[in-house]
Ligand binder design. Structure first.
Ligand code: GLA
Length: 695
């Protein structure tokens, strides 16, 4: 259909939409908490759909995501579109009171496209061009691919942008691998030119006199993602971020031109994904969404909780779990099934941390295709497998709690700073192979979350007003602007804790010409004298207890009388256990700044000591738990808003615990949501959801 006809079409669609809206096609108002699944109607005869949808309805599912790999069905030949099947699928879902999220199908281009336009194919770093037969085989920078995507997405927007049963859009699917083709290289050079203006500036920031890397023009700059000048590597990541962001913006613009504002636009991201800066890309979106998997089937609640908080931090607001596993996946060495109780805990934990929807991937496996072994809700025979029953139970309970959840979100007094630049900079040069940034982040997160029961994970440039404590585990790249931002926070009475490797690099991944923490050295009143990679633990002790440092240790010094040494290495006469350089040197120092403080922790601490040190910081910052006296295996989540508090209490352990709530609350799942109680007994692996008025 020619593009010029789209305008008049949108009018027609608006009228149709108005009619549907009045008719309330999917029934009642959209619940605040949804459970759903990824449904691929294009893989099945239409005669089967009513059966599928009836089974979904019987499992209390509210939403299906459709279409995200269906380009060859939507546009079987170039310019020939077929949406009739999708019209019918959406209408059929609505008859079962099931809402629809449409995935734009650009993660899987059709064979006609890649055959006719091989220039759209992604090229790997080793120069190999992708072939058809898998997915994500397109180049993210290809103007032609973007144009083809824009045409298709525009048609989807025109057709479904006012459809009352379509509640949102997912752009593409798990954006990820960049391309190293000639067009991408050309764009990288243009990007560098825009950033630096002239080549001398690039040479200066990258210190290219090193190893004769000096460039005479931007065209000479190579394009690599590893084993290169750290300045180039960081800029490449920034370029990749900007390229994926404009890739997404291309589709957002097409959708927004025709879609109702009530339809959200998101994309689904992978766990701890770090191909690009999610904070930047998320600015294009209305909402963050992620795909939560526990591929080895062993659910460790803190490991998952941190990721929920990470995703909430992409936009500092509630999000969706767009995919999660019905028991097991198919892409791990041993695809162990999550036990049924872990499926329940996982789903409620997500809600506790701010998810407003949980969707299971997938409904029923295609009879052929690469993912035949993945967990599903229906078997190949089209009848429920055991996971269906667990999901039905989860969905029934979520339906009970949905009204209470409406208008609520998690709130935190503690923030952790997550910086992609820092993560990348350390990964480029680990110095100690075991220095895994995510693992170190988790080591800080666990004691904070256990005590405070709510932690925001945010980017370093997020406004910090309102946080009592801000912790940056390894803020390796600390730009001058970020340093000012953090110093302002401390001077205004905030408590800042920096972890090892912080404040070493500037915005260009160049070393600061002063010791760590670079531009925060004078505020700290101390500095890092030297850093050391450790291959065996080193003892340390002080007013916060004693324990061991492993993997990484920095010898600090105090240069201002107001700065205090809280821990030292090898303090207890065990200097022979140290590395010879650290003996007796400060490991943790802190300086009060007005009502605020700045603390630097120079070592990767053992878990018990980390708990002590974080407890001390939490106390100093006057952070209190949401619910006091809770055992380590009980997770407390709180969502607040609309004049109420909702507590989600999850016992992840094998013994029973009784906890007292700060105020009486009405249990929502037990079948009686009127009787208030202030005492809750949690059987092993049980979940309680309670609502109390906000006092
Ligand atoms: C990802 C993808 C899905 C599916 C699942 C399997 O999350 O988005 O299409 O492949 O993995 O776990």
């Amino acid at each position: 259909m020619p593009i010029e006809r789209l305008g008049s079409l949108s009018w027609r669609c608006a009228l149709v939409a108005l009619g549907l809206l009045l008719a309330g096609a999917a029934g009642a108002a959209q619940p605040a908490l949804l459970v759903g699944t990824a449904w691929y109607p294009e893989q099945w005869p239409q005669s089967r759909w009513p059966k599928d949808l009836a089974l979904m309805q019987a499992a209390h599912l509210d939403v299906v995501r459709v279409g995200e790999f269906a380009w060859s069905t939507m546009e079987p030949r170039e310019g020939e579109y077929d949406f009739a099947w999708l019209d019918r699928a959406i209408a059929a879902a609505a008859r079962h009171h099931i809402y629809v999220v449409i995935g734009t199908p650009t993660a899987a281009p059709p064979a006609w496209l890649t055959s006719k336009y091989p220039d759209t194919l992604r090229v790997a770093e080793d120069g190999t061009r992708a072939e058809h037969g898998n997915r994500q085989q397109f180049s993210f920078s290809s103007p032609r691919y973007r144009e083809l995507a824009r045409q298709l997405v525009t048609r989807l927007a025109v057709r479904y942008g006012h459809n009352p049963d379509v509640i949102g859009w997912q752009i593409d699917n798990e954006l990820g691998p960049p391309s190293f083709d000639a067009e991408t290289r050309r764009q990288f050079h243009a990007w560098l030119q825009r950033k630096y203006g002239n080549i001398a500036s690039l040479n200066r920031h990258w210190t290219t006199a090193y190893w004769s890397q000096t460039y005479d023009s931007f065209d000479e700059v190579p394009m690599h993602s590893q084993d290169e000048n750290p300045g180039l590597l960081l800029d490449f990541r920034h370029f990749v971020t900007d390229t994926w962001t404009s890739y997404v913006a291309n589709q957002v613009t097409a959708l927004r031109a025709y879609a109702d504002p009530r339809q959200f636009i998101t994309t689904n991201t992978t766990y701890w994904g770090n191909q690009f800066d999610q904070h930047i890309l998320s600015r294009e979106l209305d909402m963050a969404a992620w795909d939560e998997y526990v591929p080895d089937g062993h659910f460790v609640w803190l490991d998952q909780a941190v990721q929920q908080d990470l995703v909430r931090g992409y936009k500092n607001r509630d999000f969706w779990v767009m995919e999660t596993q019905p028991a097991f996946v198919n892409w791990w060495p041993v695809n162990r099934a999550l036990p049924p109780y872990a499926m329940r805990e996982l789903a409620w934990q997500a809600v506790g941390h701010g998810a407003n929807a949980v969707l299971y991937w997938q409904w029923r496996s295609a009879l052929n295709g690469q993912e035949q072994y993945h967990g599903t809700l229906l078997g190949a025979d089209g009848t429920p497998v055991p996971a269906y029953g667990v999901v039905r139970e989860i969905a029934a309970q979520m339906a009970r709690a949905a009204a209470a959840i409406a208008g609520t979100s998690p709130r935190s007094a503690v923030a952790m700073l997550q910086s992609y630049d820092s993560r990348w900079a350390i990964d480029f040069q680990r110095q100690q192979a075991d220095f895994r940034v995510v693992k170190e982040f988790d080591a800080f997160y666990a004691p904070l979350e256990r005590y405070a029961q709510s932690v925001d994970v945010i980017s370093p440039d997020t406004p910090l007003t309102g946080y009592r404590l801000v912790v940056a585990p390894a803020l390796n790249v600390l730009t001058a602007a970020e340093a000012r931002h953090l110093a302002d926070y401390v001077r205004a009475g905030g408590h800042l804790v920096l972890g090892p490797r912080s404040g070493m690099k500037d915005a260009y991944d160049a070393l600061w010409p002063q010791r760590q923490p670079g531009p925060l050295t004078s505020l700290l009143g101390g500095r890092v004298e030297q850093y050391y990679a450790l291959d065996s633990p080193v003892p340390l002790a002080g007013v916060l207890g004693s324990g061991q440092a492993s993997i990484w240790a920095e010898a600090l010094s105090v240069r201002d009388p107001a700065a205090k040494v809280l821990m030292r290495y090898g303090q207890s006469g065990q200097s022979s256990d140290g590395n010879g350089w650290l003996d007796g040197k400060p490991a943790v120092i802190s300086r009060a700044v007005g009502k605020g403080s700045i603390t630097y922790i120079g070592a990767w601490l053992d878990p018990a000591l980390m708990q002590n040190v974080m407890d001390d910081s939490l106390r100093a910052a006057h952070v209190t738990p949401l619910v006091a006296g809770v055992s380590a295996n009980v997770e407390v989540c709180e969502r607040v808003g609309a004049g109420k508090r909702v507590w989600i209490l999850i016992n992840h352990g094998d013994s029973t615990h009784t906890i007292r709530l700060p105020s009486p609350a009405a249990p929502l799942l037990a079948g009686d949501d009127t009787a208030r109680t202030a005492s809750v007994t949690l059987a092993p692996h049980s979940i309680h959801v309670l609502e109390a008025p906000l006092q």
